[in-house]
Design a protein. Structure first.
Length: 168
């Protein structure tokens, strides 16, 4: 099994969604994934031409579940502890009292401090069909109760400088 994965990262670093359109492919060892995600928005999906749109879906080397205060981090770590090739990384609003901006600064929108994080699951082989990807993601989302928008074939995630991470 190849230890490296393809991941798309934004040329523009940590900017808002409307400015994170062009993505570049990087090969990185799975155990070092968190180092790239400190300074770049990212996607588990490879897009034709690097342009982030569902219609440009080419493949997914991993799947990502997004938990926004709906589950405790320690519970999800326990649920995935026996599975290999998992990276759990906290999101920018993790345990904050106010919603975080893309750059990590806090807004005036109050939120209940909770665990906000992504679960990145490395696949043994990439998924190359968008319909299969959506079906696979729907099953995972339903099983673990994560954000249903993660099944979108044009999805990306915000990186941030203050993340914590855990690998299985």
């Amino acid at each position: 099994m190849n230890k490296n994965n393809q991941i798309l990262f934004s040329y523009t670093g940590l900017l808002p969604a409307n400015q994170s359109r062009m993505f570049k492919v990087a090969e990185i060892e799975f155990s070092k994934l968190h180092t790239l995600l400190l300074n770049h928005n990212y996607s588990n999906i490879i897009f034709n031409g690097g342009i982030r749109k569902a219609e440009n879906f080419q493949s997914a080397w991993a799947v990502i579940l997004d938990f926004d205060g709906t589950h405790r981090l320690d519970e999800i770590k326990k649920a995935f502890s026996a599975i290999k090739n998992i990276c759990i990384i906290t999101s920018k609003s993790h345990q904050q009292r106010f919603k975080a901006n893309v750059d990590g600064t806090l807004t005036d929108k109050a939120i209940v401090p909770a665990d906000y994080f992504h679960v990145i699951i490395k696949l043994p082989t990439p998924i190359t069909d968008l319909v299969k990807y959506k079906k696979f993601m729907t099953n995972l989302i339903n099983k673990y109760g994560s954000d249903p928008s993660c099944k979108d074939g044009g999805r990306f995630y915000y990186g941030h400088l203050n993340q914590t991470y855990w690998y299985s």
